[in-house]
Design a protein around this ligand. Sequence first.
Ligand code: C2E
Ligand code: CA
Ligand code: CA
Ligand code: CA
Length: 276
Amino acid sequence: AKELGKGSIKLYKQGMTDSRRKSLQLESALRDALANDEIQVYWQPQINLQSGEFVGAEVLARWESKTLGWVAPDVFIPIAENAGLMSQLTRIVFAKTCNALISMPSAIRERLKVAVNLSALDISQPGLLDDMLAELHKHALSPSRFELELTESALLDMDTQQLASFKDAGFCLALDDFGTGYSSLAYLNTLPFDVLKIDKSFIAQIPREQSSCSLTHSIIQMGRELGCEIVAEGVETVEQVVFLTKEQCHKVQGYLYTKPLPIDEFVDYCESYQSP
Ligand code: C2E
Ligand code: CA
Ligand code: CA
Ligand code: CA
């Protein structure tokens, strides 16, 4: 490293500055996006493996920035968290979800359990639960129609009491990306989860890789014994569906069915859906 000399250090610093500048630029664009209604929600159907019918959907935030083009949630969610914008974003996503729900044909709406992603910061956000309940009340929607998805990282230093208050209010709770964290099992013992979502990194290796098949098998067995509903995400092939059906996984979602869709296309998808 000694030989790198002054020029390299300058370059290195320049690099740091660039990424810092980039993230400030994103942060300011995101502020504008929240104010200017640039955030949309897309819908990805979930299929019940036993009946073959669609029974739910996960809503995923989408951002097409006027200045930056499409920005992926993996990029803008952390920016929102670091910039103190997360609770605003969550409120927007939830309100848009409710609006889309009441605007869709009731025959479809009534079949849907709707999964919404929450950030770690949301659970401890004072007032969020009350605001969500008020939003539901406005549209005469019941919290039991919703599954709130949390990742393990969200649970690391979470106030269990606060999480339980969402459950007590009638929301279902889903543990997302299950199996990727350090202590997935411990959470199941102490927290009131209704749904386990097997991480797509395991599903991607089925049926090719024995260890992913074994892990998926065990997660389903254990989840079922604990009375949880099991959802597999990232399902892309028929072989995966065959495996997951044999293992008695409850629900699946993934590109095999469709990528997440804007609400109009989602409704079209549901209307023309034929169970296999
Ligand atoms: P996630 O909650 O684990 O969501 C699943 C991701 O897998 C989504 O990526 C989805 O589009 C993608 N996916 C669906 N089917 C397939 C498939 O068959 N194959 C593959 N390879 N991927 C598939 P997306 O929409 O880019 O979201 C990324 C992450 O951003 C989400 O991961 C979630 O953690 C976060 N996120 C998205 N929307 C929100 C939101 O409204 N609030 C919060 N807090 N986080 C969100
Ligand atoms: Ca999710
Ligand atoms: Ca996930
Ligand atoms: Ca994820």
